[in-house]
Design a protein around this ligand. Structure first.
Ligand code: KIV
Ligand code: ZN
Length: 502
């Protein structure tokens, strides 16, 4: 079995997906989940791109102990210095330098000729290698690069000290046969290729990112770059869960293994979905809600007789709990704590007490409390570290198809109650206007989404909002069995982040 290095770029390329921006705490939570999942390398960000990204990469580098932590840099000293500074506390640091090599990028974007690009690539890798022992180089848009030139660049950067050469299909243009051949030709034509790991990085513009990555593995690639749920620029990147399970299920074809603990996949996928606000399509392979459901009678009959007739993966193999009933209102704190630990959280005593109270309140309202409900509660508690400067006291809404929706909201601020009534296009809009009138925090609502946490009539709704305030984007999230309450509390969480930051 060949070992395939899993390089996760959820926090870098994944976060480049429009609307996915994550704060530092959210990035760290995802990094911990990736570490538990067993990824070999976490690409934590692009430190030169903003002070926030620099800080987030530094934090991840300091906290993560098992996976290597990587930072991206253009082939210029100030980027490389910044990547070095941000990752220097990591147990294993990597700097990832990239420079475009395709004709179209060199001519129109960089306005440089081949020899100049080659010189800059070598210079950057040597510069980075003086700072860090583990250097990866990406000839951006490699799949559309002239093959002979690609060979020259790859050979030169390996000589200059790159340990990994990544071959990006930057615009998702390749098809599997062609892309597999690029990898094969590198092995055949680059004399020093055995001194580096060949990595692949595929985008999904034609829906082929996973197929291309697997074709590359069959042709000798030993590192795959991917993201959880396939999030990323435009149509996204190759999805980690699909690649990993492809390698597991078709071990007979790929003869390769990874260090991923597949049972952590579902939980990690849910966390990334929650924190980015990107809902997972029900039919999404491996992690979609329908991925393990059989509707047709013939299929159900087959599965009952012999599971393997229609199932190639067991739901539990990827940690997909089919809404297991875990606890009820008579469950004690000890059992609750055990459940949290099993779900992968490490709350302190205060957090357990707080979440336990909320769990009891939820168990009173809801007949059945599932793992996903508990995950929503603990997630809120962990994120809710922002003090509740403004707290919801009561709300009353009036809405209908023939009346103008209105909301009366009461909030508590420093022990005092403030009340306001407003009307809006709908009940949620009316609530948000009433809140704005009380708090006087003016924001633009960029995104609002509502998702059911579990199934059933009494399921909790989880509301997510993204606001823009003074040029900054802030998110808020909350869940409740009442969707208006969830919407109000999500909005207040975002407002409290703003007020607290001030
Ligand atoms: O898609 C791409 O080419 C990239 C590089 C920076 C590796 O993300
Ligand atoms: Zn990319």
């Amino acid at each position: 079995m060949e070992k395939i290095i899993i390089f996760d770029t959820t926090l870098r390329d994944g976060e480049q997906a429009p609307g996915a921006s994550l704060n530092q705490k959210e990035k760290l939570d995802i990094a911990f989940a990736l570490e538990r999942l067993g990824v070999d390398v976490i690409e934590a960000g692009f430190p030169i791109s903003s002070p926030g990204d620099f800080a987030a990469v530094s934090l991840v580098a300091k906290e993560i102990k098992k996976s290597a932590v990587c930072a991206l840099a253009r082939a210029i000293p100030k980027d490389i210095d910044s990547a070095f500074q941000a990752t220097k506390k990591a147990r294993q640091a990597r700097i990832h330098v990239f420079l475009a090599t395709s004709k179209i990028h060199m001519r129109y974007k960089l306005k440089k000729a081949e020899d100049e690009i080659l010189r800059l690539a070598v210079k950057a890798v040597k510069y980075a290698r003086n700072l860090c022992g583990d250097i990866e180089f990406s000839p951006e848009d490699a799949s559309r690069t002239e093959r002979e030139f690609l060979f020259r660049v790859v050979e030169a950067v390996i000589t200059a000290g790159a340990r990994t050469v990544n071959i990006p299909d930057t615009v998702g243009y390749s098809e599997p046969f062609e892309y597999g051949n690029v990898i094969k030709s590198l092995k055949e034509n680059v004399p020093n290729i055995s001194r580096a790991v060949i990595s692949v990085h595929c985008h999904n513009d034609l829906g082929l990112a996973v197929a291309n990555s697997l074709a590359a593995v069959q042709n000798g690639a030993r590192q795959v770059e991917c993201t959880i749920n396939g999030i990323g620029e435009r149509a996204g990147n190759a999805s980690m869960e699909e690649i990993v399970m492809g390698l597991v299920v078709r071990r007979d074809r790929f003869k390769a293994k990874t260090s991923i603990n597949a049972r952590e996949i579902y939980k990690t996928s849910r966390l990334v979905s929650k924190l980015t606000g990107f809902v997972i399509a029900p039919n999404k392979a491996i992690v979609g809600l329908n991925a393990f459901r059989h509707e047709s009678g013939i299929h159900q009959d087959g599965v009952l007789k012999k599971r393997a007739t229609y199932e190639i993966i067991r739901a539990e193999d990827v940690g997909f709990k089919v809404e297991s009933l875990v606890l009820g209102k008579h469950s004690g704190r000890h059992a609750f704590k055990e459940r949290l630990l099993k779900l992968g959280y490490k709350p302190n005593d205060h957090e357990i007490d707080e979440v336990f109270k909320k769990f009891k309140a939820l168990a009173d309202k809801k007949k059945q409390v599932f793992d996903d409900d508990i995950m929503a509660l603990i997630q809120e508690e962990i994120e809710g570290k922002v003090p509740e400067v403004w707290r919801l006291n009561t709300f009353v809404i009036s809405s209908g198809n023939r009346i103008q929706p209105s909301a009366r909201i009461r909030l508590v601020f420093r022990g005092k109650i403030f009340e306001n009534t407003a009307s809006g296009d709908g009940p949620v809009d009316a609530c948000y206007k009433a809140i704005e009138g009380i708090t006087r925090v003016k924001c633009q609502l960029l995104d609002y989404s509502l998702q059911s946490v579990t199934r059933g009539e009494d399921a909790q709704g989880e509301a997510s909002v993204r606001l823009r305030c003074n040029g900054k984007e802030i998110s808020g999230r909350a869940s409740s069995t009442d969707i208006i309450e969830a919407s109000i509390r999500a909005y207040l969480q975002a407002i409290n982040k703003i007020v607290f930051a001030k």
